[in-house]
Design a protein around this ligand. Sequence first.
Ligand SMILES: Cc1ncc(COP(=O)(O)O)c(C=O)c1O
Length: 311
Amino acid sequence: MSQADLIWMNGELVAWEDAKVHVLTHALHYGTGVFEGIRAYDTPRGTGIFRHADHIDRLYRSAGMYLMEIPYTREELRAATHETIVRNNFKSCYIRPLVFRGAGPMGLYPLDCPVDVTIAVWEWGAYLGDEGKRTGVRGKVSSFRRISSDAVIPAAKATGQYVNSVLAKIEVSKAGYEEAILLDDRGMVSEGSGENLFVVKGGAIATPGFSSDILGGINRASVITIARDLGYEVVERDIARGELYLADEIFMTGTAAELTPLREIDDRPVGSGEPGEITRTIQREFEDALHGRSERYADWHDLVAAPARAT
Ligand SMILES: Cc1ncc(COP(=O)(O)O)c(C=O)c1O
């Protein structure tokens, strides 16, 4: 991660080191924030923000589920994001919009606290590594179950909810694995700590649905579209833990990790122990879409109309 010069904060760009909050910020105490993770790519048509409108929509939906009113329109946040990228001179970057309950009355009732909005950008390579994208990573099922919708709202990308992913990530990292897979409260496969998960068996692709308390990943949706366009069958269904051990191929998708294969799960090789043919084929097509090399998915990019220097 390398830092940028400026961060957008409540309507203005401030220096990276000045983007500060009060210690009584409600969200710091109670996790009352919602956020997005987005990537902008250096495409042949210029800097393109991948599925920007879908990310902004999810941000508003997440805020709505927590009864937070975002004091800007979608178009204002879109324009602010463009400006932040341009003023930081990035051609490609990771983008982190954050909407949170700011400093106000303490106590659990948040609705009288202000709603603050920030947009930060920085350069960030593949989250699970370029090598991981090529050869696959080692995953481990965490002992921490995925947050369940009878306690919180798994479909919302809310800051406080991420202590669940953090616990799982720490657990498996300390045990020597690269990514945690979480089961839902029924013991079915849900997702990775920051990625959705796909299983390939006998040429068919399956991925857990919302009944497994997943976050509805935008890259998950993109990969489902790409896989179906390539002629593969994709079904959303419950996946038992044992199916991970029987799978021919497993891969994960997310903005940070993009498409990363699993080469091992719980110390068992996935298939041959190398990313399989279907994973490779979808990954190639997906990479082309992300980097704006695909005509078919050209409208997935929100182009940032401005000069920017090479990064
Ligand atoms: C818990 C969790 N699941 C899934 C995803 C994948 O979502 P997306 O593809 O929209 O980045 C993410 C990343 O945002 C995540 O944090």
